[in-house]
Design a protein around this ligand. Structure first.
Ligand code: AVI
Length: 319
């Protein structure tokens, strides 16, 4: 029976077009203007991000992968007991799949905002791991982490790689970690975190000479044009990325290269040349500060691994 072999998919949060438009237009009217970074990831944006992870300057993805390749067996020996591996922001499910064997995973719950793309990933995975119990969940986990009952009642290992936690402010990161701890049901958390390092290395990773990150940044305007009806012209905006040492974060902005007026149904805003729209923060943590954040969120029994240069950290903690 082929249908029975299909991984189960559950879509929990359907995007509400009205709420999306309201959120975006509120941000555009703000001073300074801002667009939430989750709008980077339309179909093209997701592909541009995948291209970023291949850039020689963008060290986080390959540095984290090397840490897992080197230490997965050591991690496996320290894991709390768990019934399901819950992958937050699973995408193509590649990172989690590399842990199935060393961690002895029997149930895999892949969570992402859109279940459509997840379905394709899980179909491919199913062929490689026919014994694995799989579930795909469409959920905006930046808003809440209430997983469906189908995810199981036992302890869970939450997996949050890629330093996506860095796109939260420290306060939002703490709130997120508290929710993650509750969702783990007595299991644990395995999380990848980008670390503070020389400014030149950080800035090169967010302003690559090929211009892929610039395209990724500008593409958010095409997405906003589509979903909020704001008539952005991409050529009017330049990519700006710099390290803000006081806040310990990379900031990305789009800067008007001339005076521009942006119109949308029911409103408009003028931007003077040089004025910016804030599109992303990417926080860089120190090991001790991130460990303290985990403890503040209620986690215990912390372990962490880094690469030789200390550029990226993977933390394991018990819920
Ligand atoms: C997804 N997130 C962890 C990336 C980062 O590095 O903050 C997004 C990104 N922005 C620009 N380049 C990559």
């Amino acid at each position: 029976n082929h249908a029975a072999m299909k991984p189960r998919l559950i879509q929990l949060d359907r995007a509400d077009p009205g709420a999306i438009r309201d959120e975006l237009l509120r941000g555009l009217r703000d001073d300074p203007a801002a667009i939430p970074p989750k709008y980077f990831y339309d179909a093209l944006g997701a592909r541009l991000f995948a291209a970023i992870t291949e850039l020689p300057e963008y060290y986080p993805t390959r540095t984290e992968a090397a840490i897992f390749a080197r230490h997965a067996d050591a991690m496996a020996r320290l894991l709390p007991a768990f019934e399901a591996l819950v992958d937050l922001g699973a995408g193509n499910c590649e990172k989690a799949a590399r842990l199935f064997a060393p961690f002895g995973v029997r149930r895999y719950v892949a969570v992402d905002i859109a279940v459509d793309y997840l379905g394709e990933s899980l179909d491919i995975l199913r062929r490689q791991h026919p014994q694995l119990d799989m579930l795909g969940v469409g959920l905006d986990f930046s808003a809440h982490l209430a997983l469906p009952a189908e995810a199981g009642a036992g302890p869970r290992l939450l997996f949050y790689p890629g330093s996506s936690i860095g796109n939260f402010t420290p306060a939002a990161a703490l709130a997120f970690l508290r929710r993650a701890r509750a969702a783990a049901q007595g299991g644990g958390l395995l999380i990848g975190v980008d670390l503070v390092k020389p400014v030149a290395v950080l800035e090169a990773a967010y302003a690559d000479p090929l211009g892929v990150t610039a395209a990724f940044n500008r593409n958010v305007l095409a997405h906003v044009r589509r979903v909020a009806g704001a008539d952005f012209s991409l050529a009017d905006w330049g990519h700006v990325a710099f390290y803000n040492a006081g806040e310990s974060r990379i900031e990305m902005h789009l800067e008007a290269v001339r005076d521009v007026a942006v119109r949308w149904p029911g409103g408009e805003r003028r931007f003077a040349a040089g004025e910016r729209i804030h599109t992303e923060n990417s926080y860089k943590w120190r090991v001790a500060d991130f460990a303290a954040l985990l403890v503040e969120a209620g986690f215990r029994d912390l372990h962490h691994w880094t690469d030789d240069k200390g550029w990226f950290g993977v933390f394991l903690a018990r819920a």
